[in-house]
Design a protein around this ligand. Structure first.
Ligand code: SF4
Ligand code: SF4
Length: 67
């Protein structure tokens, strides 16, 4: 199973990763980080196929995919 992790405090809430995930697993959180942005998070870690499209899309290298 792949594992997706976020450096939440660096996320700027742009939503590019949300649009990039072919399985629609990412959302912008209701929680606001210290920079004042809604941070991206994964809704269903077990459904992740580890394609790393989300990590490739993030302009700020917030996302790490391990598989
Ligand atoms: S690795 Fe692929 S399937 Fe998993 S959250 Fe990122 S874009 Fe979605
Ligand atoms: S693409 Fe990166 S900066 Fe933008 S919402 Fe996703 S994790 Fe945050």
């Amino acid at each position: 199973m792949a594992k997706v992790s976020f450096e939440t405090e660096r996320c700027k809430g742009c939503g590019l990763c949300v649009d990039a995930c072919p399985r629609h697993l990412l959302v912008l959180s209701a929680k606001i980080n210290k920079k004042g942005h809604p941070a991206a998070e994964i809704t269903d870690q077990e459904a992740c196929v580890g394609c790393a499209m989300c990590a490739a899309m993030c302009p700020d290298c917030v996302i790490t995919v391990e598989r």
